[in-house]
Design a protein around this ligand. Structure first.
Ligand code: URA
Length: 357
């Protein structure tokens, strides 16, 4: 039971969780009941509830779901729950999870994410499994459905997250069947020059660097993708590899990048050449297609492709020190770098179609 004596809200309008207590696939944990919920004494029956319940019937048909909240009472004027309220209701939440014993717990927004796992940054974590040690249920955070009511750019993030939750329940988001490879030896980079001579429509390119500004950092790796699911990456650590990269960049083979200004600037600054036939920037293309949604590659990969497995793995190393990759293994770096060019190539084809009248 909640510890109502110690809670400033006094347990006046308790809204209990809703759903069966056995055989639950997904337990949604919201923030706190709102006005409609307090009136009806049922969780998620107001506008945010309409969004959530609508998405449940669309993306999780036939699944058993349970709805509850981080705190069970409505804070005055729907303000955020306070620490003392969350603390007073915390044991009740843990006990409820224990009793319901769901396969997957879905914290909706930062409030339950923080209360249950001490974590923040829901937008970055939304729509992928959160790996939690010593836990007998899976955790799959999502942005709160009310976020879609305030900002339309959150609609595709929420809906894609629900779609991925559906896939996750069907067997999990597994390592994709891709051919990503590290070109370790000098001779290996010949494959890139072969790609340049294949007469392809387009090849996606990307750098991983030690800094965001070329004058403060060094390029570490270059990667390229010429066919969906096929990408190579190599360290720019020998003269031969750098020369081959320059030859590739100067070749007439058409190239694209996500945020192509970055590739352009780094190439100009470090190698004093201009990329030949850099025909498109997928970031700009996305801006033209959808002014209001986020334009970063991670979001586009999530919204428009089935990729994102390695991005998800890398997030654990990016949070909270946004730009440091140094705790990631080489395997992860290779796959992450390759997935970015693969993603860039895949969204390019989709965006091109979307832009064709
Ligand atoms: N928002 C929540 O977090 N919970 C509800 O029950 C309703 C809206």
């Amino acid at each position: 039971m909640p510890n109502c004596e110690e809670c400033p809200l006094n347990g006046e309008q308790v809204v209990q969780g809703e759903g069966d207590r056995t055989g639950i696939d997904v337990m949604f944990v919201g923030e706190a009941p709102g006005e409609e919920e307090a009136g009806a004494r049922r969780p998620f029956v107001g506008p945010a509830g309409d969004v959530l319940r609508g998405a449940v019937s669309r993306y999780l048909p036939g699944k058993e779901v349970y709805y509850t909240n981080t705190i069970l009472c409505r804070p005055p004027n729907n303000r955020k729950p306070r620490k003392a309220e969350i603390t007073a209701c915390h044991d009740r939440l843990l006990q409820e999870i224990n009793e319901v014993h769901p396969r997957v717990v879905v914290p909706l927004g930062n409030t339950p994410l923080k209360a249950l796992f001490g974590l923040e940054k829901i937008t970055k974590r939304s729509g992928r499994e959160l790996e939690v040690e010593d836990c007998d249920f899976k955790v799959f955070p999502l942005i709160h459905p009310s976020a879609t009511l305030h900002l339309s750019r959150n609609i595709p993030i929420f809906n894609t997250g629900m779609r991925l939750l559906g896939e996750f329940l069907q067997g999990g988001v597994t390592e994709p069947d891709t051919v990503y490879k590290l070109l370790r030896q000098d001779d290996d980079v010949e494959s890139m020059l072969q790609v340049a001579g294949m007469g392809l429509d387009v090849v996606a390119i990307d750098y991983e660097c030690t800094h965001l500004r070329p004058w403060f950092g060094e390029p570490v790796t270059a990667s390229f993708c010429w066919q969906e699911g096929h990408a190579h990456i190599f360290y720019l650590n020998t003269e031969r590899k750098v020369e081959a990269w320059k030859e590739f960049l100067l070749s007439p083979c058409p190239k694209i990048a996500h945020g192509a200004k970055f590739e352009y600037q780094w190439t100009k600054w470090h190698y004093d050449i201009e990329i030949n036939n850099l025909i498109a920037c997928t970031l700009l293309m996305h801006y033209l297609i959808d002014e209001n949604s986020p334009h970063d590659l991670a979001t586009s990969k999530r919204l428009y492709t089935k990729l994102g497995y390695w991005e998800g793995k890398m997030q654990e190393h990016l949070i909270p020190k946004d730009e440091h990759h140094h705790t990631a293994s080489e395997e992860l770096l290779i796959n992450y770098g390759c997935e970015d060019t693969d993603g860039c190539l895949q969204i390019y084809h989709q965006f091109k179609e979307a832009m064709t009248p």
